[in-house]
Write a protein that binds this ligand. Structure first.
Ligand code: ZN
Length: 433
């Protein structure tokens, strides 16, 4: 295992406490490798063989590409997809609450976090804030903001007041029990109103009236770590799915070392955790719009290119939990440290079919990468990924892969640096296939 890769992965996770920050970090790394920004509003994209470019939609979904030496209509695309968002708690509009001596902030739930894991953590917040410009009140800009101090806390109830917590588990009611304490109350609801906006304005060094809106995720301040007896594990937030987003990004950057006839693409989306059907999600027009421009000027260029193309969707996979082995089907048992995972589902919750299954197995074998298999228990609901969504929209042959992990959607997840690195190598071999 390369400690180097694991360190870079953990730095990437730290740099991305919100999808907007994760997107900005991807952009930073692309710019450092000579990629240039392309604007969806531009009349023409001037791209030619070897052009390295990217475009961002709504600040949190990004598609990056390196044009192949031959036109996409002749050699197609190799598309890697993953998602930049993670389940979390977010600050609502008008969040201030005045409750029994404490000033609290109302929270909304993004995706499906394991809510109990957010209790008794030191929480900062991060995301973006919309502000009016100084001269033109109707001109709106969005600013990234990350507050990395322990501002908020969701305190658990003492066991003396919740005697059955160890039998029943820690249950937090999604409405009543989530307001996060962020200060001592002023005793007056009127005084509390607007305090959060004032706080944001002070953080951004702006007058309060210029702060108009926000999308802010709470995040855990505990840093990601390498862990385990032999440093074999990682503990971190947002491994699902920054682990795979980084694998895709590093695969693209590694691929630059060799020439490529095909056009290599990575698509890293926001909004996977809430179903992808949004203006910037995998279910939006984003991928098709970008690939249409890259394919060429003839209306048939895209469909010709897709005919020669393939896609891999990379999303973290469920390793067998050693204390809960009955949750896997007994024959498809990915384990931590066992290598990347190929995911299959007959109802197309994953986009793998016989052709792409063969391709992934052949790529893994030729690159000497171990490959594990995941099929969900037939009596359990199978998760899904952006893979089938992109496949259905473009008509592109696809497969779903991932790296094994535990504690998916906990505030603190667990995986193996070696598995994540091997996944990245598998994605690299796919890009240059
Ligand atoms: Zn995921």
């Amino acid at each position: 295992m390369s400690a180097h890769y694991t360190d870079k992965l953990l730095n990437f996770i730290s740099a991305g406490p919100s999808p907007w920050h994760a997107c900005a970090e991807v952009e930073r790394q692309l710019l450092a490798e000579g990629f240039t920004a392309f604007d969806e509003a531009a009349e023409k994209w001037h791209s030619s063989a070897g052009t390295r470019g990217y475009t961002i939609r709504s600040g949190s979904s990004i598609i990056a590409f390196r044009m192949g030496d031959k036109p996409p209509a002749e050699t197609g695309f190799r598309v890697l997809s993953a998602h930049l968002d993670s389940p979390c708690l977010r600050v609502t509009p008008l969040p201030e609450r005045q409750l029994f001596g404490c000033a609290s902030l109302a929270l909304d739930i993004y995706g499906s976090p394991i809510i109990a894991t957010w209790a008794d953590r030191d929480l900062g917040f991060s995301g973006r804030v919309s502000v009016s410009s100084e001269q033109q009140p109707l001109e709106i800009e969005t600013l990234l903001l990350s507050v990395n101090r322990p501002i908020c806390r969701i305190s658990s109830l003492a066991i003396h007041l919740n005697r059955k917590v160890n039998e029943d588990g820690l249950k937090l009611h999604k409405h009543a029990h989530l307001p996060a304490i962020w200060g001592l109350g002023s005793g007056s609801r009127n005084v509390e109103e607007g305090r959060f906006r004032d706080f944001l304005a002070a953080e951004l060094d702006l007058p309060s009236e210029r702060v108009l809106g926000w999308e802010l995720c709470l995040h855990d301040l505990q840093a990601p770590v390498v862990s385990g007896r032999d440093d074999e594990f990682i503990h971190a937030p947002r491994i699902d799915n920054l682990g795979c987003s980084y694998a895709a990004l590093s695969a693209l950057l590694r691929s630059l070392e060799e020439p490529s006839e095909t056009t290599q693409v990575i698509a890293l989306y926001d909004h996977e955790e809430i179903g992808s059907t949004t203006d910037r999600g995998a279910g939006s027009s984003f991928t098709r719009d970008v690939l249409t421009r890259l394919a060429g000027t003839n209306p048939r260029d895209l469909s010709r290119a897709i005919h020669h193309s393939a896609a891999l969707s990379a999303d973290m996979a469920h390793a067998v939990h050693p204390n809960h082995p009955e949750k896997h089907d007994g024959h498809h048992n990915p384990i931590l440290g066992g290598g990347p995972v190929l995911k299959t589902n007959s109802s197309w919750r994953y986009a793998t079919d016989a052709t792409t299954m063969g391709l992934v197995r052949a790529l893994a074998a030729s690159a000497n990468i171990p490959l594990q298999e995941f099929v969900c228990r037939r009596d359990m609901r199978c998760g899904s990924t952006v893979g089938p969504i992109v496949a259905a929209d473009l008509g592109i042959k696809s497969a779903d892969v991932g790296a094994p992990m535990l504690s998916m959607h906990s505030i603190r997840e667990m995986s193996s640096g070696q598995d994540c690195e091997q996944l990245s190598r598998l994605l690299t071999s796919f890009l240059s296939w």
